[in-house]
Structures are given as C-alpha cells and as structure tokens.
Design a protein around this ligand. Structure first.
Ligand SMILES: [Zn+2]
Length: 430
C-alpha cells in the first residue's frame, strides 16, 4: 500500500513538474511545485528505493554501509512513536514542508495509538518498526526473545495499519544495541537494519536549540546522511521547523527512502555509493567502525558504543540516563534495561549516587541525568520507554512517553519503572 501511495504522490509530483517547468527532468528541485501553498517549502527532492536484501545493514554509526546519498542529501528518521501529542505535530511540520521521512514505530505504541500509525502512513511517510517493547537489551537477550520482540512489533504495527504491505521491511534496534544474531535474523527475513549516520541527542534533556545545533553541526560535518530523531519528544517538535528551514537555506535536500517491491525496483546504485565516508571526515560517529564489531554474545560486560557518547565530535565520559529496573504493568513484565557497559570501566563511586528516587512527576526528566550502573557508564541513545503503572491501554501499560509535554516532557531513558510507577534516576557524574 505504501507503494501505491507513493506512486500516486510521485505521479502527481511529476505531473506538476511537467506542467510547471515544461520538463520532467528536474525532480531534484521539486519542492515548490510539490508543495501547494508552500512555495518556499523544503520539499522532498527524490525517492530512493532500496533492496533490504542487497544491503541488510545501514548507517555509519555502526555499519560499513549507509544509504547511497549524494552530497547534501538527508534522510530524516523518527523513532519511538507514535505519541499523538508530539507525533502529530511532527507530521504537521513535515507536511508543511512537503518532507517525507521514515518512522520506526514501537509495537506497544502502535497498540495504544493505532490511529497515529495510520496518520504516518497516510501522510506518505515510510513506516518501519522498532520492536514491540523497546527493550534496551537486544544485544544480550536470547535470539528467541529477540525474534519475538521483532515479530511482535511487526505484528502490532501491521495490525494498526491493517495492511501488511503498508509496512516497510525496515527495523531499527532499540538503543542501537545491535547483536549479530539479531541482525542475522532480520536479514533472513528480508528486513533491513537501520542504524543512522548521526543523532541530535533529542532523547536527552537538552534544549530544542541544542537539538537544532547538534543536528546541523553533525550534518555539516558529514555533509549528508541519516538523521536520527524522536517524534515523541517535545524538544524535537520545537526544533524541527528550524532544522527544516536551515536545511533548505544551506542547500540540503531531503530524500525519502522506500523499500523495493515487484512494481518498484530498487534505484540503481554502485556498491561504492553504499560505503562509509572517507576517514577525513571529522564527525564523531565516523569513528564508530573502529570499535570492534561489538562482541556481545555470552557476557553482560560487553562494549557498546552509543551516540550519546559523542558530543561535538568528542568522545565524552558520559553516564547516560539509563533505564533500569523491572518494568511491571498489570503483571506484564517489561524489558529490563541494558547495562550499556563502556569499553573503559568507570569508577563505582558514581554508581553509588545512582539511587532511584521516587518521582512525583513521573514524566519529568532530570536536568542533567547521568545515571551509572554496575560501575560502568551506560549510554543508550534512547532508552526512553518506561511504563507508568496504572496507566494502561487494552490491558497493557500505556507507554510512558504517552503524555509528554514541554513542561513535563516525556519518559526517558532515565526513568526506571517499578510496580509503584516510574522512578527517576537522577545522578550523574557531571
Ligand atoms: Zn528508540
């Protein structure tokens, strides 16, 4: 169905171009003609059709390959939704600029807000999945459980869409906590594992201005790539208009990615177009491949890099907020947090202060969360899923981020949940 929608959209786009420009060869500048009522819109410059089986893992934050983008081309991705309050605004902002993106939907969010998933689809965006419960432990859970997370997430999102064909075989591992077995399973299913090329740290408790700064700074460093954002975040909603405006001002172009289908073959590319950028690039995450292909199997103390570790091009000794504790909701155990050990063990004293504090404002995020666990600095890029006890939908816990707001944002990775509800883990080494 996505394919049909896209074909329709693109047909109209081409028709408009042909009529307005007397030529059909200028799709790269489709924005104005493509966005009625918004002549200055950023627009979507082209649709890239990819074959997941030919390129099963993408995103230079973790893999050797990434999307075959040209210089100044950007792919926008949004994780963890839908959360109507914020996700709807993201959709409106993208629509106002005629920008198409890819959304990685969480199964439980789809169950709670199926209409939200359909809104994403109906707006012409690509819908991928992001597991059922967003466990930050896929790097160490059994492959059987990992498969269940993946399969259940797909089933939940498919149910919301009501059409399996509307779902793209794109998957982003929660927290980017990859494991060979997980990737192999995804590949065996013809599903493409999406990392990213750079994040904007919008899951952190930072200002929207900072999100904007990081997005643009990291994009400028790379010159192109996949930007990882979270549509459930109010700060992302606040930063997005400015990001899109600046993208246009600086000459960037938006690329919409869709999966190949029998009716829509993959865009012809050369193998080298999928390769990592030259090492001359300075963006922090370009160093990721140097981390030995994370050997997670068989141990809890495995190295795991995180986008959170990188700030302004520097590896930071951060202790990212870290969701831990058993999440329970009406007797349904939710995934534990992953330890996210770093390559370099850190002093235990910082962990001593990482004591959970009952939060009266369960949706509130600490100002500068730096929880630590097991003497190691955890750092998940978005371990945000927490479930407030007592708020449930269809017998299942309502996903935390469910009521994010500017003043009391959203659940975050730093919010562990217990039977009594969410608890904040304040703390931090800095
Ligand atoms: Zn996520």
């Amino acid at each position: 169905m996505i394919g049909k929608v896209l074909v329709g959209v693109r047909t109209r786009r081409w028709a408009a171009l042909c009529l307005g420009l007397l030529t059909c060869t200028t799709a790269q500048t489709a924005s104005a003609a493509d966005c009625p009522g918004h002549p200055d819109a950023l627009g979507t410059s082209r649709t890239l059709v990819v074959d997941p089986r030919a390129h099963p893992r993408i995103g230079t934050m973790q893999y050797a390959e990434t999307l075959p983008l040209e210089d100044h081309e950007v792919v926008l991705t949004f994780d963890d939704g839908p959360l109507p309050r914020n996700s709807d605004q993201v959709l409106e902002i993208l629509a106002s600029q005629c920008v198409k993106a890819t959304f990685f939907i969480i199964g439980r969010m789809a169950q709670a807000y199926p209409e939200g998933v359909r809104k994403v689809r109906d707006a012409g965006h690509t819908v991928g999945t992001h597991s059922q419960d967003h466990p930050l432990s896929m790097n160490r859970m059994s492959i059987e459980r990992a498969r269940q997370e993946i399969d259940d997430g797909i089933a939940s999102v498919t149910a919301a869409l009501g059409d399996k064909a509307a779902l793209a075989p794109f998957f982003r591992i929660p927290g980017l906590l990859r494991a060979d077995g997980v990737e192999d399973y995804l590949a065996s299913q013809g599903i493409q594992t999406w990392s990213a090329d750079f994040p904007a740290d919008d899951w952190r408790h930072i200002s929207s201005s900072r999100v904007y700064d990081l997005a643009m700074q990291r994009l400028e460093d790379k010159g192109k790539g996949i930007l990882l954002l979270h549509d459930i975040q109010a700060r992302t909603v606040a930063a997005l208009p400015r990001i899109l405006h600046e993208l246009k001002a600086r000459g960037y172009r938006i690329v919409h990615v869709v999966p190949a289908t029998p009716d829509q073959p993959a865009t012809p590319t050369e193998p080298q177009q999928w390769q990592l950028h030259p090492p001359s690039e300075t963006v922090a995450i370009s160093h990721w491949p140097k981390i030995p292909n994370f050997v997670f199997a068989g141990t809890d103390a495995l190295p795991a890099p995180s986008p959170s570790d990188w700030r302004d091009g520097q590896l930071m000794p951060s202790a990212e907020p870290f969701y831990r504790g058993r999440r329970l909701a009406r007797g349904v155990p939710l995934p534990r947090e992953a330890p996210w050990p770093r390559q370099t063990p850190r002093p235990l004293e910082s962990a001593a202060s990482a004591l959970p504090v009952p939060a009266q404002s369960i949706f509130e995020i600490q100002e500068k969360p730096r929880p630590v666990t097991q003497g190691l600095a955890p750092s998940s890029h978005h371990a945000e899923q927490a479930v407030p006890a007592g708020r449930e939908t269809n017998g299942l816990a309502k996903l935390i981020s469910a009521d994010a707001s500017d003043s009391r944002p959203t659940i975050q990775e730093s919010l562990p949940v217990t039977e009594s509800g969410l608890q904040r883990v304040p703390l931090g080494t800095h």
